[in-house]
Design a protein around this ligand. Structure first.
Ligand code: FMN
Length: 532
């Protein structure tokens, strides 16, 4: 019999069908139990269990001052609770409504916490046990565990929603009053500490991080469990490589790192434009330099693929194309020799806040740089971080060069240079005489360039979409235009640390709704349709 029951529980289909019914039966048991106690209360009688009987001492408990709350018998409150919960579970079974699942989760949590308190009162304050109250406590515990485990997806969605509300309406309001650089530094240090805690990761995965096989893919030999990564610029001191899988990231880029260290451009290096949903960035490759970064990464095993973004050292002395190429090549050599566990490289040729105006946008300069990198025979995939301010024609001529070298793909793209872009609120822009802009002002042009690249180079280049991703729909749009992977920073700063988990929870639904079984099927689907 027990064997049969275990077999039934192991069978997912059977579980799916019958588990909510079991939960409903459990709620009905609570309903009858509390209903009986409420009836006895109004009859002014005590159920058959007296002191020293096997069933405990109901009289002492039910006559105590704790059995009534502001004139209402606890049994009646319990009865109303179980009645509503039974109705909610019945609605879940019949209509499969998500809002009712959320309600069931909230009610089961309230029921469980209240039961814990009542058990505590019986054990340590009243010093007597009432068997009917203990049945109710057991019922609410079973309901709490059953609902929480069975409705795992909804549990995670609800937690994501709660974290978002707390972040957007409370924490962000406070953080946005403080200097952005300081907040960034403190958050990264906090993340570094928390990330090493095993419990934090387990709890985050239980509460809000969701994994779905339909989002996994292998690209150039690297396995990505989901397509959402941290873009270059947030973890420029390589502090978060053990942390970010904990909040759901599928990969991350460290950097941009340069051959020599740079302490950053004169302040302000970072600014907030809340109305434009954007950040002003003027860091100019603030970083520890290749050697120190390599020391920090030495011996580390990464839970998700980690990439190194490499750019040219931001110093007036690296002021010619030749010196810049030598400098970049040197950084690549240092990382290659380090034998680190990083999975890929980004080559950042599009940082807009540098001290010299050496440019790799002209195809002949780009060709020289990529030829020098080819000669290193790097086996890890290399992605080129592209600008978004260039015309389609200029981008196509850069792509033509790129496609002839040992480059796996391109990232579209970097910051918005156009200060008069319609997505930018001009009163916010005027506060920052220097710098360029992330977030929403980058979204449309990044998308256009993803489509353009997919149309011309889908067989040759893997595309990573980056710029203005604030929710699952934004990520999905980049994917259907042709991006295999998606990166973000600004969305997380505006929406909260649950954003990536939330995108990964909603993406599988978007795939299913549009008739795709896996992310691979969805990549470029909108571009293919547009062609027809
Ligand atoms: C604070 C900050 C620093 C950045 N630093 C870099 C960098 O060092 N290298 C780089 O390639 N991109 C850098 N970027 C650009 C981002 O990688 C990304 O391309 C851009 O912000 C658009 O994405 P988002 O809208 O999701 O932030 C930075 C962006 C931000 C917000």
């Amino acid at each position: 019999m027990l064997w049969l029951q275990l077999r039934l529980l192991q069978n997912e289909k059977v579980m799916k069908k019958y588990w909510p019914v079991l939960l409903l039966l459990c709620a009905l048991l609570g309903l009858f139990d509390s209903g009986y106690l409420a009836y006895e209360h109004f009859q002014k009688t005590i159920p058959p269990c007296s002191a020293n009987s096997l069933l405990g001492d109901c009289g002492t408990v039910l006559r105590s001052s704790y059995s009534v709350v502001i004139g209402i018998p606890l049994a009646l409150i319990g009865f109303v609770h179980y009645t509503i919960l039974s109705f909610v579970l019945l609605t879940v079974i019949l209509l499969h409504k998500r809002s009712f699942v959320f309600l069931a989760i909230v009610m089961s949590c309230i029921g469980f916490v209240s039961s814990l308190y009542f058990v505590y009162l019986q054990l340590f304050v009243i010093h007597a046990l009432c068997v009917y109250c203990m049945v109710s406590a057991a019922t609410s515990t079973l309901l709490f565990l059953g609902i929480l485990f069975y409705f795992a997806k909804e549990r995670k969605q609800l937690t994501q929603f709660i974290i978002r509300i707390l972040y957007v309406y409370v924490l962000k309001q406070i953080l946005f009053l403080l200097p952005p650089e300081r907040v960034h530094t403190n958050m990264v240090h906090f993340g570094e500490r928390v990330g090493s805690l095993w419990l934090f990761k387990k709890l985050a995965h239980f509460l809000f991080v969701r994994e779905d096989k339909s989002l996994s893919q292998s690209i150039a030999g690297v396995y990505f469990k989901n397509p959402i990564g941290l873009a270059a610029g947030f973890d420029y001191e390589a502090r978060l490589t053990q942390t970010l899988d904990g909040i759901g990231f599928g990969f991350q880029t460290v950097g941009t790192i340069t051959n020599r260290p740079y302490k950053g451009n004169p302040s302000p290096m970072l600014g907030r434009l809340p109305k434009s949903k954007s950040l002003m960035v003027n860091k100019g490759f603030k970083n520890l330099g290749a050697t120190k970064t390599i020391d920090r990464l030495k011996g580390l095993v990464f839970p998700i693929p980690v990439g190194i973004s490499i750019g040219k050292t931001n110093t007036p002395s690296v002021n010619t194309v030749k010196k810049s190429i030598d400098d970049i090549v040197r950084a690549f050599i240092l990382f290659e020799r380090s034998n680190g566990n990083h999975s890929y490289y980004e080559l950042n040729i599009s940082c807009p806040n540098l001290l010299t105006n050496v440019s790799f946008y002209p195809p002949q300069n780009l060709n020289r740089l990529l030829t020098a990198i080819d000669s290193l025979h790097i086996t890890r995939p290399i992605f080129i971080k592209m600008p978004i301010e260039k015309s389609n024609k200029e981008v196509l001529s850069m792509l033509e060069v790129i496609s002839k070298h040992s480059v796996t793909g391109v990232i579209f793209g970097n910051l918005q240079k156009d200060r008069s872009h319609p997505a930018l609120n001009q009163s916010e822009v005027s506060k920052f005489p220097k710098g360029n802009f992330s977030g929403k002002p980058t979204f449309d042009r990044s998308n256009e360039l993803i489509s353009l690249t997919y149309k011309h180079y889908k067989k040759r280049l893997t595309i990573i979409g980056c710029g203005g991703v604030f929710n699952a729909h934004d990520a999905y749009e980049k994917i259907t235009r042709g991006a295999s992977l998606v990166q973000l920073i600004t969305g997380m700063i505006f929406e909260g640390p649950q954003l990536v988990a939330n995108i990964n929870t909603e993406l599988p639904d978007l795939l299913k709704k549009n008739g795709f079984r896996t992310i691979t099927e969805a990549i470029g689907s909108a571009s293919k349709k547009a062609k027809k």
